[in-house]
Every structure is written in C-alpha cells, then in structure tokens.
Ligand binder design. Structure first.
Ligand code: GLN
Length: 447
C-alpha cells in the first residue's frame, strides 16, 4: 500500500532516494507469520518507516544526498535501524536530504530538491526534508531524521508534522554519517506526538557502539503522556519573539500559550540573554567539525573516485571537486579556516566559550520552568529558489533552532495552526536534558 502511494506520488515530491523492497517484504511476512501464530507482537509491528539517507542500512545505497557517496553500499545497519526492525517496523527505504545534512530547504541535495506535499511550489525545509515530506504525504507512518541545528524540527514545522530532537546522547549515532559530531542527533518524525513517543521509546538508550550515548534509564514516554499537564510551568523566552518573526506565526504561538494556560499551566516570561549569538556560534562549530568529519571522503575508502588523475593528491582533489556540492565546499572552507592556527582562538575557541554561555542560559531558565515554548521557524515554508542565492539568508532560517542544538537539550516541533494561505505552523517545546517525557506531554497538550 505504501509502496503504491510512493509510486503514484513520489515522482513529483522526490522524497525517497532508494527503496528496500526485499527487506520490507521479508519483514512484513515475518510479522504476518507471528500474527497468524498468535504470538505477541513487538511495539512497532508492521509500522512502515523511512530512514534519512545519512543513516546506514546494510546493503542499501547510502548517499547522504551527495555525489561523493554514489555507489556506496554500507556493510552494516545503524543501531537505530536495527532497533526499529527488531521492534517490528517495516523499513521502506532511504529518504532524500540536503547533502551531508547541510541546509534548511532540501535544495542542497545532489539528487534534486524535495517538494513540500502541502504546496508543491514550496520547500519542505531541511535538511530532513525527505523525512518530513514522506510523513506528510502518507508514504510512511514514521521516519527518522537527524537534527544538527534544526533539521528535524524545522522541516516538521514546514510540512505540518511532529519532529523530535532528543537530548544529545539519548539516541545512538552509530551508523550516522557524521556532519558535526557534538551536535548531530537522530530523532523521529510522525503525524502525532504519541507516535513520536512510541518511536523514541524504541530507539532511545545506551549503545556500546556510541561512547556518547547515555546509560540513563529511558523514561516511559508513551505512558507518561497520560499524566496531566496541569501545574506545569511554561517559560516563554522573550528573545524568540523578535522582529523577524512572521506575524501569523506569532499569533499562532500566542494562541498556543493561551491554550496551555487554559488547561492549568503556569506561564512565565523568561530570558535567554545569549540567544543572539547562537547562529554565529553554531556556524563556526558546525563547519569546524564538518571540515574534520568530511576529510574521510577522499576517493579511496567510499563511493566516488575521480578517474582521470595520475597522482594520489590529484585524485583526492578531483574526487572532492566532482563529488562535493557548493554548500559542502563552502562549509569545509569556513571550518578549516576557523580551525587554522592563526584563527583558532578568535573563532573556534571563542565559539566554544559562547556555547557554554548559551547552555547556562537554558540551565538557569530550567531552574524556574519545566519547558520553554517558542516558535521554531521565523517564517512558514518559503518558495523553492527563494533563498538559494544568499547563504546568510538561509542560515538565518535556523535562528530559533540552533541554541537548543548547541546546549544539547531536547526539543519538539508540533503543528499548531495554519497561515491564511494554508501553510502549516509549528510550535517548539524545549525541555531540560533527558526530560523528553515532560516535553512530549506538553506537546500532546498543544496538538
Ligand atoms: N540548517 C542547518 C545547517 O544547515 C541545520 C542542519 C541540520 O540540522 N542538519 O547546518
């Protein structure tokens, strides 16, 4: 059924890059047999899911949206992939994304942009644009995306679905093609908060293959959704309601906050004073880490190798020249610059110091409130091509998402209304480290 829908409609949306039919059919059969025998079914039995193409699935192409990985088929599964399958999910295939997850509109994919199913003239957001579009178009019940600086939450908002950024360390990154290792996180996109809780329940937890994954016990996300939200303290950070915020989004967020008051939440204004430094801090740290991570793509180990080179260094150069897109090259240049001997103190070290200040802002705020409620995007989904000429305009899209990324806290984007034109609006709920349960509970109250 889901493959039929993909065949009919994904020609124009372009969310899937590869289908894993054999694996899906084998799993579906297995679940059918279990059901026929009357065996107890695992928690995601028969649930069709899609995987962002920066996560590896054994034997399936993994491109990360880049030409440089064309033809690469990894020999193993990411931990999140094997956990989903062990929980009964049916893996449909790999989803389009911005190249190496760098972007906010999915226009940086070497395999063509993804279109927003709610309005085909608009972008689905990025970099998990395929993951958001596939849920919005009913190709999959749930998808996995990754969020380094907003890439789950922002496309979820643009496509009118739910997207969860788990706390750093809550979900294993083993088998994720790294962009910025201190920021990268894997999380679910779904139609409802409850479905997101179900998927997070399965993928969360310690993984011996990822030393940064946390051994803290995983809360009962699904069960905790039943608890009342009455009495919870909601912080509204004033820095998230500045000039650039679209007036219809502002109204929708205000209405959401009023709704939370009506169900008994206590609303308090709070301040996160370093917010205005978040974008510049993020783009120094993310590009620095990317320049280091991407040095493994050299034409020797994975995917593409330029043919017409006669020395090793010419082969490196030509492979990278042909394989990496413009945005990836821009970031490698920015990142190597920020890390270079003469500039390290001025940019990279300074950015790390500001990152600590941004994290402290949140820790201080969470001493007084349980969650923060704010916009996730300054505007609704924009038109294809609207921001591609100006990278800085595109980076400013991330103004409300990157602070939570830098601080390592969790966040969720939940649909909270539509613009007059009918475009989806999302609200962001942030909670302290490892408090996904409270965050999702508030998410369900606003949905
Ligand atoms: N838009 C941000 C960037 O381009 C975030 C990307 C992401 O979260 N993967 O870096």
């Amino acid at each position: 059924l889901h493959y039929d829908r993909i065949a009919t409609r994904d020609g124009e949306i372009n969310s899937f890059l590869a289908l894993s039919r054999v694996r899906a059919m084998t799993q579906a059969q297995k679940i059918d047999e279990m059901a026929a025998k009357g065996e107890a079914l695992p928690p995601l039995a028969g649930v069709p899911v899609g995987i962002k193409d920066v996560l590896v699935m054994q034997g399936a192409p993994a491109t990360a949206g880049s030409l440089i990985l064309k033809g690469y088929r990894p020999p193993y599964d990411a931990t999140v992939v094997s956990k989903l399958e062990a929980a009964g999910a049916i893996l449909l295939g790999k989803l389009n994304c911005d190249e190496f997850a760098m972007g906010s509109s999915n226009e940086n994919s070497a395999y063509g942009p993804v279109l927003n199913p709610k309005d085909l003239s608009r972008v689905p957001g990025g970099s998990s644009g395929g993951s958001a579009a596939a849920v919005a178009a009913d190709f999959a019940t749930a998808t996995l995306g990754t969020d380094t600086g907003g890439s789950i939450r922002q496309p979820a908002a643009f496509c009118g679905v739910v997207g969860v950024l788990p706390t750093y360390g809550r979900v294993s990154r083993y088998g994720l093609i790294a962009f910025a290792s201190s920021l990268d996180r894997v999380g679910p996109l779904t139609k409802t908060v409850k479905d997101a809780a179900r998927v997070l329940q399965v993928i969360a937890g310690k993984d011996v293959m990822d030393a940064t994954s946390s051994g803290r016990p995983v809360d009962d996300y699904v069960g905790d959704l039943m608890k009342p939200v009455e009495g919870l303290r909601i912080g509204v950070p004033k820095e998230y309601f500045g000039e650039g915020l679209d007036s219809e989004i502002r109204r929708a967020i205000d209405a959401t906050i009023d709704g939370l008051k009506m169900v008994g939440c206590v609303v308090k204004p709070v301040s996160l004073p370093h917010t205005r430094y978040a974008i510049s801090t993020y783009y120094v740290i993310a590009t620095a880490e990317a320049s280091s991570n991407l040095s493994r793509f050299d034409g020797v180990r994975f995917g593409l190798r330029a043919e017409e080179a006669n020395t090793l260094s010419a082969m490196f150069r030509k492979t990278r020249d042909q394989g990496f897109g413009a945005e990836v090259k821009r970031r490698i240049l920015l990142g190597t610059y920020a890390l270079s001997a003469g500039y390290y103190d001025a940019y990279y070290r300074k950015a790390q110091q500001v990152r600590t200040l941004l994290t402290r802002d949140f820790v201080t705020a969470f001493a007084d409130v349980d969650v923060l409620v704010a916009p996730i995007t300054p505007t609704p989904a924009f038109k294809l091509g609207e921001k591609t000429d100006d990278p800085v305009q595109m980076y400013l899209e991330d103004i409300y998402s990157v602070a939570a990324s830098l601080a390592g806290i969790c966040g969720v984007s939940v649909p909270c209304g539509r613009t007059k034109e009918g475009l989806p609006i999302g609200v962001q709920i942030m909670a302290k480290h490892f408090d996904e349960a409270t965050m999702l509970r508030v998410g369900q109250a606003v949905e």
